[in-house]
Design a protein around this ligand. Sequence first.
Ligand code: TRP
Length: 326
Amino acid sequence: MKKRVYSGIRATGRLHLGNYLGAVKGMLAVQEQYDCVFAVVDLHTITVPYDPKTLSQSVREIILDYLAAGLDPEKCLLEIQSRVPQHTELAYLLSTIYQVARLEDLPTYKEKKAQYPQYVNMGLLFYPVLMAADIMLYKGDFVPVGIDQEPHLEVTREIARKFNQMFGPTFPEPVRFKTPGEYVPSLAGSGKMSKSIEGSFINLTDDLETIKKRLASAPTDSGTAGGALPKEGGVANLFKMLQLFRADDVYKKYEQDYIAGKIRYSDLKHDLADVIFTELQPFQQRRKEFENNPKRVDEILEKSNEACRKEAEETMGEVRAKMGLV
Ligand code: TRP
């Protein structure tokens, strides 16, 4: 039997280059090898303030991004979490075997509590249990997510272990699946590329001019540095981007220029913009095709979510029986 991969992205608007390199490209690689379910986790999305009028459109945008990136509904299942009601049922059942104190202690919960002091809801505390249910519903072995999700995966493993102990062997203990682009640097100088930091990201739908403009404002240094390449800061980030796009020749050229102390960052940025746009062009074309064919997208979703419900129901049958709920 093939190993099962499960991953999900929250529906907080379109994907940017960081999500694409960090998450979606990893998904593309694994869909060839494993039995995959890739989800848009809208039930997780609503644990922080959101607009119910635009939620379904945000979900749709990510599905379009998934399809345009090359996730193939013939090879993997594309899931909208709220269309598979078994997620919440399993999450509730799992919540009965896990301690509240452990959830209150998680860094993500504490961060969100500090960020939205007026919005500390049960769903926020419950978030990791629902995430465990997402993965366990499909008996996931591997989860391609960033390192920031490791505490949540630890919770998932603890819950799986506890369930297996109490009710008999049922679930694998899933592990994080590392992908090469998991840390995509911000264009703003430090940290990660992030939707919530203005000037830090490139959108997947940006045209060449826009990409150039965004790169133009990325910080560098005086350009006379010379010596070995810096390990962090704006200049290091530009080189890291070239690496992430496997633009080895361009990388080497500018590395030599840097060492010789004659680098011109405007040229580097120009070439980097070309490299990025070349990668994004086929994505943008495919996205337009799917946008113009909403019926086809609906059909894909219909079929995929039906298959998800069927599989989810199998797991639930087993879980209910083992827990004595028959
Ligand atoms: N918590 C994840 C994030 O913020 C999203 C998520 C929810 C997820 N359920 C999941 C990721 C299951 C992987 C598997 O990125």
